[in-house]
Design a protein. Structure first.
Length: 260
């Protein structure tokens, strides 16, 4: 419900419209019912609250939610930038992501082996978060015409190392904390994975809502497009944005809106 509300808000419906408000209210009601049901079912709950008695488990769940939720945003929008701004094909944009993929694998191997050896996971989580924050901050310096390959390759290296260092730390932490209760380990792992997937879905919806609303506002105010023209441009697809802009809106190139 909340993801549908974020998708509709500011686009199909206004944020203060009945459908959007109703979806938010419905989500809150469902979450309250879900929590009450989980408390009632006890050890048989989908997310057993007995796991939350450990601060390490709570931290792992929160970290999994926010870290993976933050990581999926550049993973989703970087290929779009390659296709829309750099005019790369879908295949080419995938190849251009190799720096982050390769460094993520390397970072995972190094941090996984080292963390299991020393039995201390916090430094890797903090280092990974720092690397990812720096990388995503540097992505904001991208421009349509002057960003060189050295920049987007180097920034991806930081992103990949950050994800590789930190992404698996919640899973390793939960396994280590619950190792004296073997029957709780599978529940702990599944709960962390749930937090990761839920965080990625929620953060992707939030980022999509912010991006879409901001893009529409800029196209209407700065590019001076009509609502119908904005709809045409948004519906063109990543690989067709430049072609559509050149054919239907040639003045966009002169205004340097970043679509060339």
């Amino acid at each position: 419900m909340v993801m549908l509300a974020l998708e509709w808000g500011g686009g199909r419906y206004a944020w203060n419209s009945a459908p959007v408000i109703g979806l938010f209210v419905g989500f809150a009601v469902v979450m309250i019912v879900f929590i009450l049901w989980e408390l009632r079912t006890g050890p048989q709950a989908m997310v057993p609250f007995l796991l939350l008695r450990s601060r390490s488990v709570i931290f792992s769940l929160l970290f999994a939610f926010f870290f993976v939720g933050s990581f999926v945003i550049p993973v989703y929008y970087l290929p779009e930038w390659f296709q829309v701004v750099k005019a790369a094909s879908p295949l080419r944009s995938g190849i251009m992501l190799l720096p982050s993929v390769c460094t993520q694998i390397a970072g995972s191997l190094v941090s996984g082996i080292a963390a299991k050896f020393v039995r201390y996971y916090n430094p890797w989580a903090f280092a990974g978060s720092a690397f990812l924050c720096v990388a995503t901050g540097l992505y904001t310096t991208f421009t349509a015409f002057t960003t060189s390959s050295g920049h987007w390759v180097g920034f991806q290296v930081l992103q990949g190392l950050g994800c590789g260092f930190a992404a698996q730390m919640p899973l390793l932490t939960v396994q280590h904390v619950l190792q004296e209760k073997p029957k709780h380990v599978p529940m702990g792992i599944s709960t962390v994975l749930f937090a990761q997937y839920f965080g990625s879905a929620v953060m992707q919806s939030i980022s999509g809502a912010i991006f879409t609303n901001k893009l529409i506002k800029e196209l209407l105010s700065r590019a001076l497009l009509s609502a119908e023209q904005v709809e045409m441009l948004l519906g063109a697809g990543n690989s067709k944005v430049q072609e559509t802009a050149r054919e239907a809106f040639p003045h966009l190139e002169r205004r340097h809106c970043g679509l060339q």
